[in-house]
Design a protein. Structure first.
Length: 586
């Protein structure tokens, strides 16, 4: 089932373009209709709520932030749109808008049907926003406060500077909006490199502006354990330093900050693979192969996909006691109904170092690693390996949500055909850390002059360079990913959404924002309103000016997004397109 079909079912996106409208919000609303009567002045806006939602602190605070951003930024869209398919590659500068003589907008009238709905999976995030000709109010209707927050972020992009010290909305406008998918996320990895709380909050700011609603927090990994634990305070000895630690208050601060911006936080403590730091401080017997050499130069001794090795010994009885206590403690902090328990990249060679596993196999020669994997059977969310890998468990309950990261459409097809709900994170399209080369420090694959792949040299000598998931995932590659391709309608119903992971082997505070943004915003639009128009054609060309402008908007809001093009391309709409034919991408 292609995205065009999904859009046909859920409602076609439409837009009535007006030549002098500069605003091009991202993600594109499902339905936006502009009027043509001229610009409307915006004065000091006050929020008026028509029911008991007025007492909701989160809603009031969200409006205060939105209005502060509007008045502080005095936003001028940097990348405006030109008519398509006919455009002037060298447009003249448009004259500044004159102050309109029409009635000014002085308030926001908000109606929320259910102000008590919790921020959990599947909560209604729809809203309508209307600025009618002659009205002095912005009218917003939402089913929940979370939909109202999305309306506020849209309004932030609609209100711009008039060039004379005032604010305007360029034309009357009407928006009907709701996401295609309930799960729209990014993943932050704080195990490989520590990410400070302020930088995590910065990513949440970008998420809120992009209408991404799930922060998957991969808390730890084999290399470090950064969380303070009441039950096992010794675990934090495996943090990188005393300054690179999350206290309980730090974690609560992230959760509260995210919730105030309609973003859920799903924790992940990976197990049984990728488990060494922290666990070994409690009891070294919890960790198998922790003192082995990890690399695959001798495959029978291969114990990990990267340094350092370690997997929880799932035959050792004490493992379950410790795991239970750790998960119970973290569950007290994280309020979300979902909890990610990893289950990826289990390495059979690691358990060759476990006397408990060796004895378990010896008791019954018919036992296999499939039986071993089945010993771990916890909910709620796991990487797809638990079902699809060579060492998969025999029986994986259907109520477990599986996150698909390998083999693109093939694995998505297999998982949904088997009846599993799926979060799409295909590394071929959505892994944001790919294409930077590997981090292993004496990898001979970097020596492209002697690499066998260089037998027929080309401009890059075909060097593998240690990056297993190259190339770098551009915003275009992300946006053009139709991950429901060839699925039946029944299978497509099992796609809950998508998530862009950023593994942090080569990411820290200095580079995290430029690694996420604005590419994650391309995913934001893909899962909010899709990548195709009502006729089923790709909107990549239309998306170009939208994402170029949104990058500037992210930076203006303090999210340090990377540059995508020379500034010339922002100022000359579509002059940097590959094809003069604007319908080339279909």
């Amino acid at each position: 089932m292609k995205f065009a079909s999904v859009l046909g079912v859920l409602g076609a996106l439409s837009a009535v373009a007006v030549c002098d409208v500069k605003v091009n919000p991202l993600p594109a609303p499902r339905n936006i209709t502009w009027g043509s009567s001229g610009p409307i002045p915006v004065k000091q806006l006050s929020l008026h709520v028509s029911n008991n939602a007025h007492a909701h602190d989160a809603l009031n605070n969200a409006w205060t932030r939105a209005w502060t951003a509007i008045t502080t930024l005095q936003w001028v869209p940097a990348a405006t749109e030109a008519p398509i398919p006919h455009f002037d590659p060298f447009p003249t500068t448009a004259p500044k808008a004159k102050r309109a003589a029409t009635k000014a907008i002085t308030g926001v009238k908000l109606s929320v049907a259910d102000s008590q709905a919790d921020l959990q999976h599947g909560v209604d995030e729809s809203y309508t926003l209307e600025i009618a000709e002659g009205s002095d109010r912005v009218a917003i209707r939402a089913q929940t406060i979370w939909g109202a927050m999305h309306a506020f972020t849209t309004l932030q992009q609609l209100i711009i500077s008039d060039g004379q010290g005032g604010l305007i909305i360029e034309q009357p406008v009407k928006i009907h909006d709701a996401p295609l998918y309930p799960y729209r996320g990014i993943m932050i990895d704080t195990g490989r490199n520590f990410i400070s709380v302020p930088k995590i909050l910065e990513q949440i700011d970008g998420m809120a502006l992009s209408k991404l609603n799930v922060l998957h927090w991969h808390l730890d990994d084999a290399q470090s354990w950064p969380m303070q634990m009441r039950s096992y305070p010794e675990m934090v000895k495996d943090a990188y330093s005393p300054r690179e630690v999350y206290t309980k208050n730090d974690i609560r601060r992230v959760i509260e900050y995210a919730r105030a911006r309609a973003v859920r936080v799903i924790p992940e403590v990976d197990m049984p693979g990728h488990s060494s730091s922290g666990w070994k401080q409690v009891d070294p017997k919890l960790v198998a192969c922790g003192n082995s050499w990890w690399s695959n130069d001798d495959w029978p001794k291969h114990t990990a996909v990267e340094p350092n090795p370690g997997q929880l010994d799932i035959i050792y009885n004490k493992t379950y006691e410790v795991v239970r206590n750790v998960y119970n403690e973290l569950s007290e902090i994280f309020p979300d109904n979902w909890f990610h328990v990893g289950a990826d990249e289990l390495q059979p060679g690691c358990y060759n170092f476990s006397s408990y596993v060796s004895n378990w196999f010896a008791e019954d020669p018919s036992r296999t690693y499939h039986d071993l994997a089945q010993q771990k059977n916890r909910r709620i969310m796991m990487w797809e390996d638990i079902f699809l890998s060579t060492e998969a468990a025999h029986n994986v309950p259907k109520d477990i949500v599986l996150q698909s990261w390998n083999n693109g459409l093939g694995n998505i097809d297999n998982l949904t055909a088997a009846g599993y709900d799926v979060i799409v994170s295909s590394s071929d399209f959505l892994y944001l850390d790919c294409g930077k080369g590997g981090f292993i420090t004496n990898d001979p694959r970097y020596n492209v002059m002697s690499n066998p792949d260089a037998s027929t040299p080309n401009f890059n000598y075909q060097g593998f360079g240690g990056s297993w998931c190259a190339p770098y995932k551009t915003w275009q590659r992300i946006y053009d990913y139709d991950f429901t391709t060839n699925l039946t309608s029944s299978q497509a119903q099992h796609i809950l959404g998508a998530e862009a992971p950023l593994w942090s082997e080569q990411v820290d505070d200095v580079t995290i924002s430029s690694s996420f943004w604005p590419r994650a915003a391309a995913l934001g639009e893909l899962v909010w309103s899709g990548n195709r128009d009502a006729e089923g054609k790709k909107r990549t060309t239309l998306m170009t000016q939208r994402i170029l402008n949104f990058r500037e908007y992210l930076v203006a809001n303090g999210v340090m997004a990377t540059a995508l093009v020379p500034k010339y391309c922002l100022q000359h709409p579509h002059a940097c397109d590959f094809y003069y034919n604007q319908t080339a991408i279909v």
